[in-house]
Design a protein around this ligand. Sequence first.
Ligand SMILES: NC(=O)c1ccc[n+]([C@@H]2O[C@H](COP(=O)([O-])OP(=O)(O)OC[C@H]3O[C@@H](n4cnc5c(N)ncnc54)[C@H](OP(=O)(O)O)[C@@H]3O)[C@@H](O)[C@H]2O)c1
Length: 288
Amino acid sequence: MQTIKLNNGIEMPIIGYGVFQVSPEECERCVLNAISAGYRLIDTAQAYYNEEGVGKAVTKSGVNRDELFLTTKVWITNSGEKKASESIEESLRKLNTDYIDLLLIHQPFSDYPGTWRAMEKAVRDGKVRAIGLSNFYPDRFVDMAEYAEIKPAVNQLKTNVFSQQWEAEAEMKPYGTRLMAWAPLTQGDPDLMTNPVIRALAEKYEKTPQQIALRYLIQRDIIAIPKSANKERMSQNLDVFDFALEKEEMESFISLEKPANPDFSHRNPKLVKFLLDYDRQFNPANKK
Ligand SMILES: NC(=O)c1ccc[n+]([C@@H]2O[C@H](COP(=O)([O-])OP(=O)(O)OC[C@H]3O[C@@H](n4cnc5c(N)ncnc54)[C@H](OP(=O)(O)O)[C@@H]3O)[C@@H](O)[C@H]2O)c1
């Protein structure tokens, strides 16, 4: 597996397996399948409510812990120094591990500077190897990166062939922060299958449009974490290292950028309120 070097010298796989919206019951099976398909990076989050499934799969997989790279994220309701510290302990327990490879602040809301201080302490205490952000668009990102003693190793943003994040990437560069793509397969946007640029490349390289989309990201040195519940598609999503897009082909993606959805903007108060209320609505523990 190709790796990428973070700004603290740690190497992480450039492709991983994401488990958003994988039910706690399904998660163990999916992660076991992913590890047997060859994934070594697993991306979960406190707010996916499936960290225990990841932990069980990691233990059962028989793969040495130091060959795996686990990412999780602190949710908004655990923000602030004290609560974040406690939640890191809980994530370690659920993941059944002594350390987290990469820990992110999931959303730029509530007391996230306090969360960052707890994360920096977890690094100093040897509980976390690298820390970063998620959904910190350029203004919030620069604010946090300037505040931080330990500069963010990654920023996980919605990034794919239709949402290319050039501006975000440019703002992150001075801090050595790597872009990590969520929704790398566009979350099933039907245009991925019909877009003529992508179709032509898929035909030329005898790959699927999804494989072209992933290849585009890794050729930009962007870490991608595609999700699939299907074993065959998990393997297909890893099978992107035996071809390379040409320079002009990479440039041809620029015209594919689509306008961002204003309803899903982190600057839209409705989305902020939805996310602030997310845990109350979706945490299975609240439904008991
Ligand atoms: N930081 C954040 O705020 C944030 C937000 C969202 C997601 N994420 C992370 O990013 C990961 C990936 O994002 P995502 O799950 O939203 O979207 P995604 O990976 O772009 O797309 C997942 C969808 O693509 C389908 N799919 C996967 N491989 C395929 C293939 N080879 N051919 C055709 N269809 C395929 C999956 O269906 P099947 O399962 O049926 O294959 C699923 O419906 C998440 O799991 C999570 O770890 C982070």
